[in-house]
Design a protein around this ligand. Structure first.
Ligand SMILES: Cc1ncc(COP(=O)(O)O)c(C=O)c1O
Length: 398
């Protein structure tokens, strides 16, 4: 029998971080485990979700259009206008906005949209290091070469793509920014966003700004790439912003987000997704539109995370290189050897955390900058989180 031929690029993908974690820890989580390895919010979803889904149940019988419903596109446009104080008309809801089935698939498919072959040369995809694992996989499966760009001001900071050599920027098809960053929680300031957008425009690549943690902030709302576009002029040229309800509204299971940006890129993205994307069902679009129109539940949610950061700071300040994240809900702790710490925490305390090495790639000197770290997701209630962090500090010493 002749075996089926598989795409050899799949061999270049690292195993998914959670697969590696299960292997490292010798099995999956148990009901009594405290799972802080995955960024899956455990807060109660707003009641509004179930209400709208029930009210719109008649729409399950319809195929949803790939570009969603006018109501959804208007709701997210109005949200972006409010949140980033954008001038009217910057975003055309009919041309610049698409629903996505969670930002993961969208962040993956944007690479397939922009990384075509270029006169025999593989395009480059620029990504932060450490990074959200999907960026690297998307680059590889799109036939591009990932370029890991470290933080400009040390391992916890944001990368500055504009400082790369012009020959790298000329070969780039796509750059992923993640602000607030998973895993470190750092935020790109307005000046960095501006330099990044200018570099994308000058060198002709697309800047994908993953902002799915933008609403989980501590002291101040992080700026977004759309406000940079408003400040710079030239519309949304070369830019696509991605956002999601998974973290903002604690509904990761709803699988609902949006992409918003350069109309030329969005048209191509819609074309690709019309063939291979998962269209969001109409009842989910209706629930999502209601969630984007409501800020009250987001404020409550944000306060819950802030209280957990207070507890984390009480327990961990001055230890494990603790930095209170400006955004998002992860702690990025320097424990010396992330894998060894993850094994110890699991064995001695039943706590699962993710070794930082699984969220980073080797730099040019063969060093994985995530190796000394663990990522700890503050997704449980305050009491569970406080108890777990207390145990963590006890088990790891520090
Ligand atoms: C940085 C980042 N981007 C995107 C996603 C994908 O989220 P979703 O597909 O639920 O929108 C995640 C999920 O953990 C993430 O951490």
């Amino acid at each position: 029998m002749k075996p089926p031929v598989l795409d050899s690029r799949l061999d270049q993908l690292a195993d998914y971080p959670f697969t590696r974690l299960t292997r490292l820890l010798g099995g999956p989580a148990e009901p009594s485990s405290i799972v802080m390895s995955i960024g899956e919010p455990q807060h109660t979803p707003p009641a509004l979700v179930a209400e709208v889904l029930a009210a719109q149940a008649g729409l399950w019988g319809k195929y949803p259009p790939a570009n969603g419903s006018p109501d959804f596109r208007q709701a997210v446009t109005a949200w972006a206008n409010r949140r980033f104080d954008l001038p009217a008309g910057l975003i055309d809801p009919e041309k610049a906005v698409l629903p996505v089935a969670g930002t993961r698939e969208a962040l993956f498919l944007i690479a397939q949209t922009v990384c075509g072959p270029r006169q025999g040369e593989r395009p480059l995809v620029l990504l932060p290091n450490p990074f959200y694992q999907v960026y690297a996989g998307a680059a590889v499966m799109a036939g591009a070469t990932p370029v890991y760009v470290p933080g400009a001001d040390g391992p916890a900071s944001q990368p500055d793509f504009s400082a790369l050599a012009p020959e790298i920027l000329e070969r780039a098809a796509l750059a992923y920014l993640c602000t607030p960053a998973n895993p470190q929680g750092s935020v790109a300031d307005a000046a960095l966003l501006e330099r990044s957008v200018r570099a994308a425009r000058r060198h002709g690549f697309v800047l994908a700004s993953d902002e799915c943690y933008s609403e989980i902030w501590d002291k101040a709302p992080p700026p977004g790439v759309l406000s940079t576009c408003a400040a710079l002029g030239e519309g949304l040229s070369h830019v696509v912003a991605f956002n999601s309800l998974s973290k903002r509204s604690s509904v990761p299971g709803l699988r609902s987000g949006f992409a918003m940006g350069d109309e030329r890129v969005m048209a191509a993205f819609n074309r690709l997704r019309s063939y291979g994307g998962a269209a969001t069902p109409l009842p989910i679009l209706a629930a999502a539109a209601a969630l984007w129109r409501d800020e009250a539940h987001v404020e409550v949610n944000r306060d819950l995370y802030r209280a957990k950061l207070d507890v984390a700071e009480d327990i961990l300040a001055g230890r494990f290189g603790f930095i209170r994240p400006a955004g998002g809900f992860f702690l990025w702790l320097d424990v010396g050897d992330g894998e060894a710490a993850a094994v110890k925490l699991w064995r001695d305390a039943g706590i699962r955390v993710l070794p930082g090495a699984y969220l980073a790639g080797e730099d040019q000197s063969g060093v994985n900058p995530g190796k000394p770290y663990i990522r700890v997701a503050l997704v449980h209630d305050l009491e569970t989180t406080g108890n777990a962090l207390g145990r963590l500090a006890q088990v790891l010493g520090g």
